[in-house]
Structures are given as C-alpha cells and as structure tokens.
Write a protein that binds this ligand. Structure first.
Ligand code: GTP
Ligand code: MG
Length: 197
C-alpha cells in the first residue's frame, strides 16, 4: 500500500470534538519527544504534515490526518513530560485516555518507545492499561538510526524479554527511523492488512 494523499482534518481538545466520520483510525502514543509526529510525517512522506519539535510537549491536541481519503492517522499528545503542572498532566491524560476508550473508529494504537532506552515504567504501565482495556496495539521502536545494528537488536531483545515477564506473547512490533524511513513499508502493510480484514 502506498499513501497517495494525506490531509490534515482537524485538531480536537476532546474525543467529542473529533471528526464526524466513521473511517478507521490508527493512533500514535508514547512519551513526549519519542517521535510520534515525525513518524506520521515519515509514513505520509510529508515533513510538514504534523508539527514536530526538539522540545518535548509540542503536540497538545488530538490531530486527525486523512490518508487516501479512506482512513486516519491520529497524532496524540505525549505523556511523561516532567515539566508539566499536575493540572496539565491530568488534562492531557484525560484527553488521551478518553479518546482511546471512547473512539469507536479506533482500530489500532501504536505505542512508540525510544529504542535507545531500557524499558521504561511509564510505557510498560501504559501498555498494561491498553491490555486491560482490550485495546489492540502494536509497539514501534523509534530513532533506530541513533544506534548501531547490534545495539538495535540487543535493545529489541531486552524489550521482548521484559514484555514476556507479564504478557503471554509479544505484540506485533516494528523497528523504525523517521530520519531514514526505516520500517515504513512494514507499518503501512500492517495497517493495510487491518483495513482489509
Ligand atoms: P510531542 O508532540 O512533544 O509529544 O513529541 P513527538 O513524540 O511528536 O516527537 P517529535 O516527532 O516532535 O520528535 C521529537 C524530536 O525527535 C525531534 O527533534 C525529531 O527530529 C526527533 N526525531 C523523531 N524521530 C526521529 C528519528 O527517527 N531519528 C532521529 N534521529 N530523530 C528523530
Ligand atoms: Mg508530537
């Protein structure tokens, strides 16, 4: 599958203000600065589609991008940014979890994790919450260009081991780099398979 058109639809502060449409949606979640918006731009081959920044906390709303006029990529705010007030953290948490639990069109969540870090408690907790909430998800390792191939493999192996401490099987996962467009075909094929099922 390839992406022929990618159009920004709207930014919503809560799930009730998301597009009035029933097309399938694929959402991207993870810690602030992990590379969610960059990945959406890489997949759509449009560096200006989603706003990115080297400073964490760039995306603050639920952003819908219509792909091939058939399905949506959804960019969410990140979690776990230390320099936020308690009220702000609670507001964003409510926005993210409300969208994930209530949006019926949401068919899959991609949880992004930075491949350079050992498994982080905040991500593992979020993944467990998705599992408990019966939300289908896959894991995307980001920024693979920042490690050698040997370290990429070691990092993925460590993550799989950690996941298997609590999960019976490893969910689908992808190694990506938005800089190098690595993992693009694999992620798009995965989406395509779900769209056709
Ligand atoms: P928030 O919206 O703040 O939650 O962040 P985000 O997860 O959307 O991250 P964003 O895409 O804005 O990227 C954060 C920083 O990481 C930017 O400086 C990107 O250029 C950089 N970055 C993202 N993906 C990659 C990648 O694959 N490789 C490298 N080297 N840098 C990346
Ligand atoms: Mg972002």
């Amino acid at each position: 599958m390839d992406i022929k058109t990618a159009e920004f639809t709207l930014s919503a502060p809560r799930v009730s203000m998301c597009p009035n449409d029933t097309k399938p949606e694929y959402a991207f979640i993870g810690r602030s600065n992990v590379g969610k918006s960059s990945l959406i731009n890489m997949l759509s081959r449009n560096k200006k589609l989603a706003k990115t920044s080297s400073t964490p906390g760039k995306t603050l709303l639920i952003n819908h991008f219509l792909i091939n006029r058939e399905w949506y990529l959804v960019d969410l705010p990140g979690y776990g940014y230390a320099k936020r007030s308690k009220t702000e953290v609670a507001k964003l948490d409510q926005m993210i979890r409300g969208y994930i639990l209530e949006r019926e069109q949401l068919v899959n969540v991609f949880v992004l994790v930075d491949i350079r870090l050992e498994p982080q408690k905040i991500d593992l907790e979020f993944i467990n919450w998705l599992g408990l909430s019966s939300i289908p998800f896959a894991i995307i390792f980001t920024k693979a260009d920042k490690l050698s191939e040997g370290k990429v493999k070691a990092s993925v192996d460590a993550y799989v081991r950690k996941m298997l401490e609590t999960w019976e099987e490893m969910p689908p996962y992808f190694v990506t780099s938005s800089e190098k467009a690595r993992g693009r075909d694999e992620v798009l094929d995965y989406i395509d398979q779900i769209n056709k099922s």
